[in-house]
Design a protein around this ligand. Structure first.
Ligand code: UDP
Length: 238
């Protein structure tokens, strides 16, 4: 899949926490810099779909530990991902990149509903499609939304943007001997009990041969490197 020319259509998964720049809400400087990186690859003809998390606003599981009903808390958290999606849309359009937001929870004033075939048409026309509101279902995650959308709209790869360099043999923050993998098979990730995405997202990718590249978003230019098929981060494939 990782040809010299790189990928044709990618699904970029961004964690919500990055969007907050370490606090609750959206840090416009972070969103601006991510948008500029995405704009760069779109101008080179790559089709980019994006799923953003919501950890900078709420996580349903955390709210429910503090007394909220889990389902409602998950819906609140999904709405947070829509705010992130709109922020990214804004900065992408300021970069001159046409975008569409499609949400899994209908909200016609701010976004289209999720319509996979329409999303594909947008991508073919060079528009960035941002998928908001996760899967629209409580008890799921935006990692799972990313895996599912990537499969349904025919992406070549899921690009998991993180604040670390890739998949390690152990937690690099606590274990100085932790080794960074260049490549690893889906199966080995499971057997070694490593974490790439949550279990539902990961098994969707594994069962359907969807490669995942885990890479560090904090290194400027890494989105372009990943899209171009340069060997950065960790490639998880079968
Ligand atoms: N969420 C959900 N269903 C989905 C996607 C997300 O219920 O399909 C909720 C869930 O509460 C989750 C939160 O939205 O914790 C934010 O998403 P996620 O934790 O994936 O964000 P990230 O960690 O990537 O910022």
């Amino acid at each position: 899949v990782r040809s010299k020319r790189g990928y044709r259509r990618v699904l970029l998964k961004l964690g919500g926490e990055m969007f907050g720049g370490g606090s609750v809400g959206v840090d416009p400087d972070v969103v601006h810099s991510v948008a500029a990186q995405i704009a760069d690859v779109v101008r080179n003809g790559v089709q980019v779909a994006v799923v953003i998390g919501g950890g900078n606003f709420f996580r349903g599981a955390e709210l429910s530990q503090r007394g909220l009903d889990r389902d409602r808390a998950d819906y609140m958290a999904m709405l947070g991902t829509v705010m992130n999606s709109l922020a990214l849309q804004d900065f992408l359009e300021k970069e001159g990149v046409p975008t569409r937001v499609q949400t899994a929870i209908t909200m016609g004033q701010v976004a289209e509903p999720y319509i996979p075939r329409r999303a594909e048409r947008h991508l073919e026309k060079g528009r960035v499609v941002i998928f908001g509101a996760g899967t629209g279902m409580p008890y799921f995650s935006t990692d799972t939304a990313a895996a599912q959308r990537a499969l349904e709209i025919g992406c070549d790869v899921v690009l998991m943007a993180k604040a670390v360099d890739g998949v390690y043999s152990a937690d690099p923050r606590t274990d100085p001997g932790a080794k960074l993998f260049d490549e690893i098979a889906h199966r080995d990730v499971l057997e070694r009990g490593l974490k790439v995405a949550d279990a539902t997202a990961f098994s969707l990718c594994m069962d359907n041969n969807m490669p995942i590249i885990v890479f560090n978003l904090l290194t400027e230019g890494n989105i372009a490197r990943a899209v171009n098929g340069e060997r950065i981060g960790t490639l998880v494939s079968t």
